[in-house]
Design a protein around this ligand. Structure first.
Ligand code: CP
Ligand code: NVA
Length: 303
């Protein structure tokens, strides 16, 4: 298995599936009262240059829950804020901690850190990818609906970091994915074409959200303006109105289709309060599963 987890692309289906199988086992064992201590004596550094509730707390809970320790650094607290080169940061951190979990802007930042790091670097969200989130989302889908290969997943809204990682997941796991994104807000074209070229099931990009949900077992959405795009918020709210996941859109979907949202949600924008709080939405299970998948990832890379 690769040392770093920067995107889902560098992993086989079997490797990705093993993160999920182990997370399901860890979740079951935790609920049975089994305490995990496999990371006793290990420490991770967490460098977050963007805000986080779930990813930060679930990584910290995962690490402490397995006997390890965490050093959390917000971006402004490190010398990166004063332009210390990434390659220097990478080599220094490797002398203090056993792994680095980083949330930042460009994918090239995590790529460069990994290039110079002798310890595992785990991508906790960049502008381009959110691989750990997609693993916990797929874990949730498997729990709720069964084998992912048999399912049709829909992505409604922005062609953002989450959409890019779903595209890579569709290729690697072998499930059908249909995305509905407005013109000008499509997923990364290189990521999409690379995945389509290798995929065993269709990965389809549409503009019509109704068509995208018609055959879907799982409907996914996310905020219309991601972190770092706050100044585009007003323009995006206008463009994305037809992409709201609401009661009317769900009437075109299968009656048993479930709704995923990685959170944080903007009720009344990409999803209505009614759908987010409704029986078909599994956002709260997704949020819990982040902790179990992070335990599994940390075990795979650090133990
Ligand atoms: N889903 C997710 O990554 O949430 P946070 O931004 O709160 O970490
Ligand atoms: N696309 C969102 C995901 C947040 C978890 C963002 O990058 O802000």
């Amino acid at each position: 298995m690769a040392t770093h987890l920067l995107s889902l692309w560098n992993f086989t289906k079997e490797e990705l599936a093993s993160y999920i199988e182990n997370a399901l086992r860890l979740k079951r064992e935790s609920k049975e009262g089994i305490r995990h201590q496999q990371l006793s004596g290990k420490t991770i550094g967490m460098v977050f240059e963007k805000p986080s509730t779930r990813t930060r707390v679930s990584f910290e809970a995962a690490m402490y829950g397995m006997g390890g320790q965490v050093v959390y650094l917000s971006g402004r607290d490190t010398q990166l804020a004063r332009n210390e080169p990434l390659k220097d940061m990478a080599r220094v951190m490797a002398r203090y901690v056993d792994g680095l979990v980083i949330r930042t802007f460009g994918q090239e930042i995590v790529d460069e850190l990994a290039e110079y790091s002798s310890i595992p670097v785990i991508n906790a969200l960049t502008d381009q990818h959110h691989p750990c989130q997609i693993l916990s989302d797929i874990m949730t889908v498997i729990e709720e609906k069964g084998p992912i290969e048999d399912l049709h997943i829909a992505w409604i809204g922005d062609g953002n970091n989450m959409a890019n990682s779903w595209i890579q997941a569709a290729c690697r796991f072998g499930f059908a994915l249909t995305l509905a994104c407005p013109e000008g807000y499509r997923p990364n074209p290189d990521i999409l074409s690379a995945a389509q070229a290798e995929a065993h099931k269709p990965i389809t990009l549409l503009t019509d959200p109704v068509k995208a949900v018609q055959h879907a077992d799982v409907i996914n959405t996310d905020v219309w303006a991601s972190m770092g795009q706050e100044e585009e918020q007003d323009d995006r709210v206008e463009v994305f109105q037809p992409y709201q996941v609401n009661h009317t859109l769900l009437e075109f979907a299968k009656p048993d289709a479930i709704v995923l949202h990685c959170l944080p949600a903007h009720r009344g924008e990409e999803i209505t309060d009614e759908v987010l709080e409704g029986d078909r939405c599994v956002a709260w299970v997704q949020a819990e599963n982040k902790m179990h998948i992070h335990k599994s990832i940390l075990l795979a890379h650090l133990a």
